[in-house]
Design a protein around this ligand. Structure first.
Ligand code: IMP
Length: 215
């Protein structure tokens, strides 16, 4: 990944998140690419970016583009990655969707958000409780070219909260294939099958392909 004139003319990857868990995950998955990976903080970037898109793709691209723009002014050659994710519940017309983090207010505890979602599905039978976690990763290269990858994990909204692992809506997300709730999965297992893990793996393939094409 050291093509001086192609889109991979980058010395490193900067991932647009302040979340340490996400950083660990991406560093593990992208380790064999041969490029250093930094968080925004490590790259010395401190920006508030309004996620005002209506799709996961838009929001992920808004974040990646804003940072790419800033890097340009600093003459830094980096590939910028950003993610956006959320929970889609079919019975609620795919809500909370892109508003997952803001649903009922950013600072409302997830125990309250989860209890409210279970209540909204009161009396709804198993086959109509279908839901999925979606994750989109956006990439902006130094030459301005853009890519997105998307992955999902399918499940159902349970009838109670279960499990101590994970975060957010994991305690109400039941995985029929595994016979357990997402919050009951060991962290490595969740990373292996999750929407975010799969979207990152796909992005890794995109980055590798882009590197090969410029050789
Ligand atoms: P963001 O992608 O960091 O903006 O987060 C989106 C929101 O979606 C999170 O704050 C959670 O509410 C929800 N979410 C995304 N991925 C997961 C997951 O793996 N487990 C539980 N909740 C998730």
């Amino acid at each position: 990944m050291d093509r001086r004139n192609g889109q991979m003319k980058a010395d490193k990857i900067i991932f647009a998140t302040g979340n340490a868990d996400k950083m660990r995950e991406i560093q593990m998955i992208m380790a064999d690419l041969g490029l250093g990976i930094q968080s925004m903080k490590e790259a010395g970037i401190d920006m508030e970016i309004a996620e005002n898109g209506t799709t996961f793709e838009e929001n992920a691209m808004i974040k990646a583009s804003a940072i790419a723009q800033e890097l340009k002014t600093r003459n830094v050659q980096a590939i910028v990655l950003a993610d956006d994710s959320g929970l889609e519940i079919d019975y609620l017309d795919k809500a909370p969707g892109v508003y997952s983090a803001r649903y009922m207010g950013e600072d409302t505890p997830y125990s309250v958000k989860n209890a409210n979602l279970i209540k909204q599905l009161e009396g709804v039978p198993d086959e109509k409780r279908t839901a999925r976690f979606v994750c989109v990763i956006a990439a902006v290269f130094p030459d301005g070219s853009r890519y997105t990858t998307r992955a999902a994990i399918e499940g159902r909204i349970g009838y109670e909260e279960r499990g101590q692992n994970g975060f957010g809506y994991d305690p109400i997300f039941f995985l029929p294939e595994y016979g357990m709730y997402s919050a009951e999965l060991a962290p490595e297992e969740k990373n292996r099958i999750s929407h975010r893990g799969k979207a990152l793996e796909e992005m890794k393939r995109v980055l590798k392909r882009a590197a090969e094409e410029t050789i």
